[in-house]
Design a protein around this ligand. Structure first.
Ligand code: S3P
Length: 170
């Protein structure tokens, strides 16, 4: 069995930040599906949504996940917030290693992503309502996808990382 650590969760939950710290502490690489998709396409995710549409992006995510599933060296893998919504992806994730759900409150996401222009799903009118609705719709599937859940609100990066490490050892 592969032993990757996979971080899932809503936009703004801290997947990339925690991924950086955790991968450093574990002495392994950090792989990030969003960044890899952007590198491959040579354009930003916003541009992919604009020019090819969300469905094309979702297909790119599944393709990238299947490529990462073949990666042999242990790694921390951070995946885009919407990736675990596909049943096919949830199945692959679970087989790749320990899936950690970074659970965040809508109010924290709203605070963190105020003024952000890089998340196409949260642009336009009433971003706050979009966060609440989308997070509420997704919560059950995040839980379903994960082996363990870590609440991130009010905790430091160090605390969250230590909590994850502790759960991995048990
Ligand atoms: C998305 C989350 C984003 C990115 C894209 C769609 C989503 O990644 O993949 O904008 O559907 O939640 P982050 O979770 O890293 O922001």
């Amino acid at each position: 069995m592969k032993e990757h650590v996979i971080l899932i969760g809503f936009m703004g939950a801290g997947k990339t930040t925690i991924g950086k710290r955790l991968s450093k502490k574990l002495g392994v690489s950090l792989l990030d599906t969003d960044r890899l998709i952007e590198e491959e396409a040579q354009i930003t995710i916003s541009r992919i949504f604009e020019t090819k549409g969300e469905e094309a992006f979702r297909q790119a995510e599944t393709r990238m996940l299947k490529t990462l599933a073949k990666y042999e060296d242990k790694a921390v893998i951070s995946v885009g917030g919407g990736l675990p919504m596909r049943e096919e992806n949830r199945k692959i994730l679970k087989e790749m290693g320990t899936v950690v759900y970074l659970r965040v409150r809508p109010s924290t996401v709203i605070k963190r992503l105020k003024g952000d222009t890089t998340r196409p799903l949260l642009q336009g009118e009433d971003a706050q309502k979009k966060v609440r609705t989308l997070l509420n719709d997704r919560e059950k599937l995040y839980q379903e996808a994960a082996h363990l859940t870590v609440d991130v609100d009010g905790k430091t990066v160090g605390q969250i990382t230590t909590e994850i490490e502790g759960s991995l050892i048990q």
